[in-house]
Design a protein around this ligand. Sequence first.
Ligand SMILES: *Cc1c(COP(=O)(O)O)cnc(C)c1O
Length: 424
Amino acid sequence: MQRDTLVFDLIDKELERQRDGIELIASENFTSLQVMQAMGTSLTNKYAEGYPGRRYYGGCEIVDQVEQLAIDRLKEIFNCSYANVQPHSGAQANGAVFLAVMKPGEKFLGLDLSMGGHLTHGSPANFSGKTYEALHYGVTKDGIVDYEQLESIARKEKPKMIICGASAYSRDWDYKRIRAVADEIGAIVFADIAHPAGLIAAGLLNDPFDHCHIVTSTTHKTLRGPRGGIIMLRHDFENPWGIKDPKGNLRKMSSLLDLAVFPGTQGGPLEHVIAAKAIAFGEILSEDFKAYGQQVISNAQAMAAAFVAKDYHLISGGTDNHLMLIDLRNKNITGKKAQETLDRAHITLNKNAVPFDDKSPFVTSGIRIGVSAITTRGMKEGHMQTVVDFIDKVLMHIDDEATIAAVANDVKEFMKKFPLYPEL
Ligand SMILES: *Cc1c(COP(=O)(O)O)cnc(C)c1O
């Protein structure tokens, strides 16, 4: 077979795009070279339905060791008693949690998508909103999770499960408070830490594990691994909710979750991705990762301060984590226009609804910015002002093609200081 240059040329172009640009999408990051390399290996050929030591296929003696390494390292990172590394994505991990603990039509409570929540927390367009009765809490006018509203809905509606976690929320969570109301009504607390997981792993944010029964995450956001999902329990438990497996047996939560991933929602696991997860988890266990997490938070705070100094309106006034949400209404620019124009200047971010937005989700009044990726590229606090200056220059000259082209050039030049995969 001839090498497929058509596809490989596009892959080369994508690498060039990543190298030349300032990547500010809060859910993106750059993995290490070894994490990427693990995904392009012979492990991609292997079927391994089941779990290490109990597979439905032969020839699994090597991938068993790979998957066990990933599980053991993940348990060490979060001090957990149970981990499942097979979910293909964050959404798949959440799907498995729902399947394990909820019956169709039962109630759960999660953060509203328009207030920063995720599709899988009950959007009417998602399986979670179609299959179950989704109730939502929001944020206050100040942009902080409305814990009082959460508590009053929980007491009135008695949902079976309460989800904490978000995709566009820049503040830490009061897991203890959510657990307290959940205990009053006998609800399960499920934390989806897809965004801040790396900062939690580095010990820089509140630890959800002591207060939340079940925790899921993606592995590609602040955890800086391959695209994928994970499910964890700090303490396994005979579930007090009387939840049964498909055969009608009462089981521990760990085994309900395993069954919900396979055979519940997935077939064969992606062992090449699981190998990459194992490598990324090894990197997280090194001392370097703590320094990375600290730098992410310092960079986010420096960037937030630089935006505020230019009269940008940050939801909640700032950030505790890697991201910030900016309401552009005082600048008279829509999120859509900002995203599209910045893209032409090699600055990549996404439009995002802000709490109490009056524009459609396709237009939006805001943008979401994260610093995980640029921190991986080596930027420090001092570089944040430069990045904010680039953004501000484009937004203040939004219809001026010459200025946008000039910024694009400056961005490309600036990014040469932060080499990306120089080996490739
Ligand atoms: C990103 C994200 C997910 C989904 O992850 P995918 O890998 O894209 O499926 C789930 N929950 C939250 C809160 C997220 O931010």
